[in-house]
Write a protein that binds this ligand. Structure first.
Ligand code: G1P
Length: 277
C-alpha cells in the first residue's frame, strides 16, 4: 500500500512577493497554521506516515517547522499556550520527514523526479501545499484517492470543473467517465488556451503516482513554459496503460493567489479554528 507522500516545495512563490522574499510560500499561514502543515495533516489523515519534502534554497523554515523547538517548548510548558503546538508536535512524533533539494527550477515534473531517492520503487502520493483542500463532510481528498487506488492500482489525478476561461492556469484532462466522478484519461494538456482545452476538468494539486512515472519523467522533454511537466509524463502513462481522474468531494482554495488565500483564511476562521484561538 501507499506509505509515502511527496511535497514539491522548492518554488519561489513569486506571486506572493514581497511576503515570500525571505520566507517559503508553504509557510504562509491560513489563520495560525502554515499551508505545509495543512498538507501534511491531510496526508497523515489518509494514513501516510513518511513525508518527503522537495525543498530548495531559502526553505530552511520548513525543516525547522517539523522539528522540536526546545527553547520555545520549554518556555510555554504548563501554560495555556501549549495547545498551539500540540498538533505540530503530534505530527513530529507520528510521522517521519525527509528532505531533498531541487537545485534547479525546471517544473513540477522535474521537482517530482528530484524526490525519486526519497520515494524509491513504490507508489506514492503528491500534494501541492498551495492547493488547500478541505472536506468538512468526511474524508480528505488524499484519503478519497487512496481508496480508489486500492481498487484500481494506477495513477490518479484530482480534478475539478473550472470556468472555461481559466483552463490556462491548469493541466486539463478529457476522458471517458467510468463511474460517477471518475474518468479514464485519454487526453491531458498543460495550461491550454480555452479554445484548445479538451474540457473544463482541471487538475488540482493531488496525485497518486505509480513509480514507473520516474522513468517517464526522465524521458520527458521540456514542454509548456520550457519546463518538465508532470502532465506530459502522465499522458505517456495514460497511453501505455491507465490514468484515472477523480472529481473529489470537498473544497479547494488556490492559495497561490491572493483571492484564494483570503477565501481560505475566511473559510478556516469560520469553520476550523474557533477552539484554537
Ligand atoms: C501545476 C501543474 C498543473 C496543475 C496545477 C494544480 O501547475 O503543472 O497541471 O493543474 O499545478 O495546482 P502550477 O500551478 O504549479 O503552475
Amino acid at each position: 500500500m501507499i506509505r509515502k507522500c511527496l511535497f514539491p516545495a522548492a518554488g519561489y512563490g513569486t506571486r506572493f512577493l514581497p511576503a515570500t522574499k525571505a520566507m517559503p510560500k508553504e509557510m504562509l499561514p491560513i489563520v495560525n497554521k502554515p499551508l505545509i502543515q495543512y498538507a501534511v495533516e491531510e496526508a497523515r489523515d489518509a494514513g501516510l506516515q513518511q513525508m518527503a519534502i522537495v525543498t530548495g534554497r531559502g526553505k530552511r523554515a520548513l525543516e525547522d517547522h517539523f522539528d522540536i523547538s526546545f527553547e520555545l517548548e520549554h518556555q510555554i510548558r504548563g501554560t495555556d499556550k501549549e495547545k498551539f503546538l500540540a498538533g505540530t508536535r503530534e505530527l513530529i512524533d507520528t510521522c517521519s520527514f525527509s528532505y531533498t533539494r531541487q537545485v534547479e527550477m525546471k517544473g513540477l515534473g522535474h521537482a517530482i523526479l528530484s524526490g525519486r531517492s526519497l520515494i524509491g520503487d513504490e507508489p506514492f502520493a503528491v500534494v501541492l501545499a498551495d492547493d488547500l483542500c478541505l472536506n468538512l463532510e468526511g474524508d480528505g481528498v488524499l484519503a478519497q484517492m487512496l481508496k480508489l487506488y486500492a481498487q484500481y492500482r494506477c495513477s490518479i489525478v484530482a480534478i475539478q470543473e473550472v470556468p472555461r476561461e481559466q483552463t490556462q492556469k491548469y493541466g486539463v484532462i478529457a476522458g471517458e467517465q467510468i463511474r460517477e466522478g471518475l474518468y479514464r484519461v485519454d487526453s491531458m494538456v498543460e495550461k491550454p488556451l480555452p479554445e484548445e482545452a479538451p474540457s473544463n476538468l482541471a487538475i488540482i494539486g493531488r496525485y497518486i503516482l505509480t513509480p514507473d512515472i520516474f522513468d517517464l519523467i526522465a524521458d520527458t522533454e521540456p514542454g509548456k513554459g520550457g519546463e518538465i511537466q508532470i502532465t506530459d509524463a502522465l499522458m505517456k502513462q495514460a497511453r501505455n496503460g491507465c490514468v484515472l481522474a477523480y472529481k473529489f468531494k470537498g473544497r479547494r482554495f488556490d492559495c497561490g493567489s491572493a483571492k484564494g488565500y483570503v477565501e481560505a483564511t475566511n473559510f478556516c476562521f469560520e469553520h476550523l479554528h474557533q477552539s484554537d484561538l
